[in-house]
Design a binder for this molecule. Structure first.
Ligand code: NDP
Length: 271
């Protein structure tokens, strides 16, 4: 029940209709009897500054930030965690007496989702498809775990920028062409492009290049055509639901200082 004492958390994004976050977080608050509620807000690109002001004005406890605001929002915050600064994107805000601090829980969420599947990243060779915001979080997370990354992006200049900023953390290279010889050496292939979200999207990789025994991870939550192809070719496959779950669990803990009831959140996601 919402009362005058209920703390409000929310998400800013555009589009926002598809978001699963309210379901997950409200179920978690209910499970633990925490007096919080989670609300979605459609925030247009040009309104993000006003929306951040509203966090203070309305005494909103915390916010998730999604497409297209993860980078732009950084200019309007009082503090940014080291990790979020490095990645260059914020997906979680904590409001403490009007002081707004930005965090990035996507990198944690991605790595944790692989650990949950007993996949170790240390010394593994990884092909990372994409060089947008999500790819940066993934690159940061897996480099910190000691993996070797090769980035391939439709626009190579963006991949080279990631290499430039992340080469102090670990071994990172850019490849401009994926050949059968090159793909042999990868243990894990990660799709961090947004291609596969819509039914008629082109596949970000020629499926015949995937090899039996490789692990294929897609950040998209639904079963993309490439994930299905990977599965039929004998790859172990992981979709984006695990990352979504664990980035949310971390945000929950930032806002409430309480461990998230992950099993309950997972149940709602699976539904
Ligand atoms: P961005 O818009 O920042 O980046 C999109 C990336 O996809 C770019 O590298 C872009 O290449 C590439 N791309 C887009 N269309 C194509 C195409 N047709 N062929 C090849 N490459 C393409 O998006 P994000 O990085 O924020 O998100 C990427 C994906 O990750 C989304 O699908 C999102 O839903 C998912 N995601 C999932 C999360 C989870 O919790 N599971 C968390 C965050 C994101 P180019 O640079 O050439 O334009």
């Amino acid at each position: 029940m919402i009362t005058g004492k209920t703390k409000v958390v929310c998400i800013f994004g555009d589009p926002i209709e598809h978001t699963l976050s309210p379901l997950m977080h409200n179920a978690a608050f209910k499970e633990l009897g925490l007096d919080y509620c989670y609300v979605p807000f459609l925030v247009k690109k040009e309104k993000i500054k006003d929306a951040v002001e509203a966090i203070r004005a309305l005494n909103i406890r915390g916010v998730n930030i999604t497409v297209p605001h993860k980078e732009a929002v950084m200019s309007y915050l009082d503090e940014i965690s080291e990790e979020a600064k490095y990645i260059g994107a914020v997906n979680t805000i904590l409001n403490e007496q009007g002081n707004l601090k930005g965090f990035n829980t996507d990198a944690y969420g991605f790595v944790k989702s692989l650990k949950e599947e007993n996949i170790s990243l240390k010394d593994k060779f990884i092909l990372l498809l994409g060089a947008g915001g999500a790819a940066k979080a993934v690159a940061y997370g897996v480099l910190k775990e000691g993996a070797n990354i090769f980035i391939f992006n439709r626009t190579p200049s963006k991949a080279y920028k990631i290499k430039e900023s992340f080469s102090q953390i670990g071994k990172i290279e850019v490849i401009e062409q994926i050949t059968p010889e090159i793909i042999e050496k990868f243990h894990i292939v990660i799709n961090a492009t947004s291609s596969g979200l819509k039914r008629d999207d082109p596949m970000p990789l020629e499926p015949a290049l995937l090899k039996k025994g490789q692990t294929y991870v897609d950040l998209i939550y639904t079963k993309t055509p490439l994930l299905k192809e990977a599965e039929s070719r004998g790859c172990e496959v992981i979709d984006g639901l695990g990352m979504l779950l664990w980035q949310a669990a971390k945000a929950f803990e930032i806002w409430t200082s309480t461990p998230a009831p992950v099993d309950v959140m997972k149940k709602f996601l699976k539904k």
